[in-house]
Design a protein around this ligand. Structure first.
Ligand code: GLN
Length: 483
């Protein structure tokens, strides 16, 4: 009997026909997680609980109940999502041993829809990074090549899907942390519109950027999960009240001709791997041959988007992370001291890793009284300009297309001592977070170095349905042998 299904829909058909049971599938995945421990993707496994959930789901089906929307779907969640009673550390020594006091809305909605949470995935500390190397649990390895990083910060989630350790995974995307690891691992990654999926129970990094995102093997799987967890939440004041139009029942219109735009500057970036550039240009030709419009637009703000992102997110992070003082939360120093400031200093310098400290320092600097206007206010103004530009783009086009990352997965340690080099590689992903629009990373190409990469599509705020339709369409085009 096989437990490897090409999609959730196929798996659920097998459940419906009594060909498999949830318990067998859970056992299969538990075994895969155990066999692939060297990847260090899954850092906590809920074996007993997952088996119990599976038995309950099997019993409900046997007693004649209908399949739930995510019935038996095996899910992992990034170590920044609260799940009541379970340890959540943000992959930081600061939070080791801390147990969630409540469950994130997105996780609760998964459970309510019948999904099985099988474990927690590794990530960069407090979701800060692009390689999963900044983790107190050690790095995660890319399953396509164990000498390469999986991307980050949600590297563990990407690998968990890539290596078949779960069916789908939840990550978080503040500046690309779902789309970039998805690209490095050859899986699908969605960052929804800001506010589409409740942030309640997501450990904060940059609150005006943070989004919970979804990894899956296909666009359809990702869309199904999205449809079940998106939507307004009274527990998150920034969640959008707009209705979620489900993908199921609103599938692609095969004959529809889309209007795609791309920014000229994105393909002329000096750091862009020439093979990625050429591949995307040929992909654009394929789309044109199929009757779609693909037009280049002039864009002169490209040089500003990474600095703007890092000024604003470090500012927000320095404020968000001030709560980890070792009194209310977090690591408490074994050093004895009577001085409160010194006590905080011990707690925070022992608890946080280097990248987190760097960002807290940067953020405090850009918010400091002498520099606030020069950096923080200026960055807010650039953000506004980008927002206005993106609205303009979607007046004339259905979608904006660009690479996900300038390179394929780099070697472990490849950016050691070069944080700015790593930041600059976020150039294609931070745009969606600065403007709030949804973005989807769709895999489909293979580089001559053997590693996967794909294409990124963005659409207007709230239009995930179009994004999923385009994603499914492109997925089909990319599976075609002549690409
Ligand atoms: N790589 C980006 C950063 O380091 C993105 C992180 C994220 O999306 N959480 O900030």
């Amino acid at each position: 009997m096989t437990f490897q299904f090409t999609s959730i829909a196929e798996y659920q058909n097998a459940l419906r026909n009594g060909m498999v049971s949830c318990i067998d599938v859970v056992d299969y995945y538990l075994n895969e997680i155990e066999k692939n421990k060297h990847l260090n993707a899954v850092i906590a496994v809920f074996d007993a609980e997952a088996r119990k959930q599976a038995e309950d789901l099997d019993a409900s089906l046997q007693s004649g109940e209908q399949l739930r929307p995510l019935h038996g779907v095996i899910v992992t969640i990034k170590d920044v999502l609260c799940y009541k009673g379970h340890e959540v550390t943000a992959s930081s020594n600061m939070l080791k041993g801390f147990r969630s006091l409540y469950t994130a809305t997105a996780v609760q909605r998964l459970i309510d829809a019948g999904a099985i949470i099988i474990g927690v995935t590794n990530c960069d500390e407090f979701a800060m990074g692009s390689s999963n190397e900044n983790s107190a649990w050690g790095p995660t390895l890319n399953a396509a090549d164990n000498t390469k990083v999986p991307g980050g910060s949600s590297g563990g989630s990407a690998v968990a899907v890539q290596a078949g350790l779960c069916m789908v995974s939840l990550g978080s995307d503040t500046g690309g942390s779902v789309r970039q690891p998805a690209d490095f691992c050859g899986v699908v990654g969605l960052k929804p519109t800001y506010g589409r999926i409740s942030r309640y129970g997501l450990i904060a990094y940059g609150s005006s950027f943070d989004c919970i995102g979804i990894f899956g093997r296909t666009v359809e799987d990702v869309a199904l999960v999205y449809d079940n967890i998106a939507g307004e939440d009274p527990l998150d004041a920034t969640s959008l009240p707009w209705p979620v139009i489900p993908f199921s029942g609103n599938d692609i219109e095969p004959e529809k001709k889309y209007r795609f735009a791309y920014f000229d500057a994105t393909l002329h970036l000096p750091g862009l791997d020439p093979e990625i550039k050429n591949t995307l240009e040929s992909f654009f030709s394929v789309l044109r041959n199929r009757g779609h419009v693909v037009e280049s637009l002039h864009f002169d703000l490209l040089d500003y988007i990474v600095p703007t992102y890092y000024v604003l997110t470090t500012a927000e992070a320095s404020s968000n992370l001030s709560r980890y003082d070792g009194i209310r939360f977090g690591h408490r120093t074994p050093h004895k001291t009577e001085d409160l400031t010194e006590f905080y200093e011990f707690n925070r310098s022992e608890g946080f890793g280097n990248e987190v400290k760097r960002r807290i320092l940067l953020g405090s600097f850009v918010l400091s009284s002498g520099y606030y206007d020069a950096y923080f206010t200026k960055a807010q103004q650039v953000r506004r300009m980008l927002y206005d530009q993106v609205l303009n783009v979607f007046k004339g086009f259905d979608a904006l297309v660009m690479p996900v990352s300038p390179t394929t997965a780099f070697s472990l340690g490849g950016h050691k001592g070069d944080p700015v080099g790593m930041y600059l590689a976020d150039i294609y992903t931070v745009f969606a977070n600065l403007t709030g629009v949804p973005g989807l990373a769709i895999p489909g190409f293979r580089h001559s170095n053997g590693l996967p990469f794909g294409v990124q599509v963005m659409v207007n705020h709230g239009d995930e349905l179009t994004l999923h339709r385009i994603g499914k369409y492109m997925q089909g085009v990319l599976q075609h042998p002549d690409i």
